[in-house]
Design a binder for this molecule. Structure first.
Ligand code: ZN
Ligand code: ZN
Length: 244
């Protein structure tokens, strides 16, 4: 094998491996919460036939779009020190660890809010975002049910951010866990978080299923991902669903 081919092969292996990891993570997380839904809220399981198959199909396509670039970046990080991901927590002040998690969530949320609003412009909606809204009502399997263009818009933001904002590897893993759990639970048609939190003071600023479900029901409101401040500031917050 030539000197050039070997790194290309290992980058490719990393890309394929990451795609498999993303797909398995999706199937496991959505599978667990779908199982929980069947036990806890069987009403939320009444959905049009074929919908779950479509949700899984689009989500697996999205896994490839998330996984390939993430795998190449992971390879570049290990082989060439790409990105600003660091291992040793002491490389940056310790307070940066929680602050970086919050920074990632806030930046991702802002990116999501504005691109999401753009995707609700009629022509863009029909061309791209309609696939996500074809889930009526959504299920735990809809977490990554996006048109490939939307998957790229949503899924490539964090891989780009790791080149700009330093983050410790464990904290990045935490961001990905939060992203996965919230993506799945926000779509499963019932509220998993305690009423005291959702309807309390924290719930005024945090997004859970009670908030995102209303986006799927009414479309032109509740565009945020993790936090409600953009919706509140821009007058698009319609509150929480009364259905659960
Ligand atoms: Zn959604
Ligand atoms: Zn939408």
């Amino acid at each position: 094998m030539s000197a050039l081919a070997a790194p290309m092969v290992s980058a490719l292996v990393s890309a394929v491996a990451m795609t498999v990891i993303v797909a398995v993570r999706y199937l496991a997380a959505s599978g667990i919460f779908a199982w929980l839904t069947a036990r806890r809220a069987p009403r939320a399981m009444r959905i049009p036939s074929g919908q779950i198959r479509r949700e899984i199909g689009w989500s697996l396509v999205a896994s490839v779009i998330y996984g390939l670039p993430a795998g190449i970046i992971a390879w570049g990080w290990q082989a060439h020190g790409w990105t600003r991901i660091y291992h040793d927590p002491h490389d940056w002040p310790l307070w940066w660890m929680p602050v970086s998690v919050l920074a990632y969530l806030l930046l991702h949320d802002a990116w999501f809010y504005w691109t999401h609003r753009w995707m609700h412009r009629p022509r863009v909606f029909r061309a791209i975002h309609a696939i996500h809204h074809a889930s009526r009502p959504p299920t735990a399997w809809a977490a990554m049910s996006f048109h490939p263009v939307e998957a790229a818009i949503v899924g490539l933001f964090i891989p780009a951010l790791v080149f700009i904002v330093p983050i410790q590897a464990g904290m990045l893993a935490l961001v990905l866990v939060i992203m996965t759990v919230m993506g799945v639970t926000n779509h499963m048609g019932w509220e998993i978080f305690p009423r005291a939190l959702v309807q309390g003071r924290a719930g005024r600023w945090l997004i859970t299923a009670s908030h995102h479900d209303l986006h799927h029901a009414r479309y032109a409101c509740n565009y945020g991902l993790y936090f409600r401040h953009w919706d509140r500031w821009c007058g698009t917050d319609a509150g929480l669903t009364r259905d659960f």
